[in-house]
Design a binder for this molecule. Structure first.
Ligand code: ADE
Length: 236
């Protein structure tokens, strides 16, 4: 998958992209990630990327020209047009389902904003969809872009060493994951549940399913409600 990121702070991506799974995915050619500095596409001598909002109000707004020019340049660098995504708290919520959907694309173009937001004509003119990583306001779209890259790239075939591990995890079917334990059998008085030491794989699977249900009810009643509603719809 090709991923282009347009940002005013490409250096912010250096560390997350140069460690662990994201690093390996790039080395193996599973993900080809290119960073572009929007400021490199300014045309005035001050390299201006933002301006005051028409109609007044606080803060500054990202201007059309540098973003449009950056976008047009970037789009030409690769044969696939790609799916264009603006990171903004006004976007639809990024979820695991959305990560799965994006992982099927062959190219993503992520645009991270700063300041009070983008000139509205950027969204319209670039035909971009908007994504938010949660109902809180960050200082820019860089961290959200990194979150999306991380969630998507780990789903690409071959990105995780153990091919099974992206399948067997929280959210795959709307339930949280079962609890995990590793050695030692007892730590500071806390014991590993007996069943996990039994070697009875059928009973272990049953126990894990039960744990998933109980934990979802307890930790994420919102997810549990959705899960129950879906089950009731399927088996009326
Ligand atoms: N930019 C600022 N806050 C954001 C958020 N929560 N999601 C996506 N982009 C953002």
């Amino acid at each position: 998958m090709r991923i282009d990121v347009l940002t005013l702070f490409p250096e912010m991506f250096d560390s997350p992209l140069s460690h662990s799974i994201l690093k390996r995915a790039q080395q193996q050619g599973i993900a080809d990630i290119a960073l572009w500095n929007i400021r490199d596409f300014t045309t005035d001598k001050y390299r201006k990327v933002d301006d005051k909002p028409y109609g007044g109000g606080p803060g500054m707004v990202m201007m059309c020209q540098p973003v449009f020019d950056a976008f047009r340049h970037v789009r030409q660098q690769h044969p696939q047009p790609g799916r264009v995504i603006l990171l903004t708290p006004q976007g639809t919520l990024f979820t695991q389902d959305k990560a799965v959907e994006l992982a099927r694309e062959n190219r993503l173009i992520l645009i991270a904003g700063r300041y009070e937001g983008f000139d509205e004509r950027i969204r319209i003119g670039l035909g971009a969809e908007q994504l938010s990583i949660g109902d809180y306001v960050l200082t820019g779209g860089e961290l959200p872009a990194m979150v999306i890259i991380d969630a998507v790239v780990r789903l690409l075939e071959g990105a995780l060493g153990d091919e099974g591990s992206a399948e067997d995890e929280s959210f795959r079917d709307g339930l949280l994951e079962y609890p995990q334990y590793t050695r030692p059998e007892e730590f500071e008085g806390m014991k590993v549940p007996e069943i996990l030491l039994s070697g009875d794989h059928g009973r272990i699977a049953q126990w894990r399913n039960q744990q998933r249900i109980e934990r979802t009810r307890l930790f994420r009643p919102d997810l549990w409600q959705k899960y129950e509603a879906r089950m009731n719809n399927q088996n009326p």
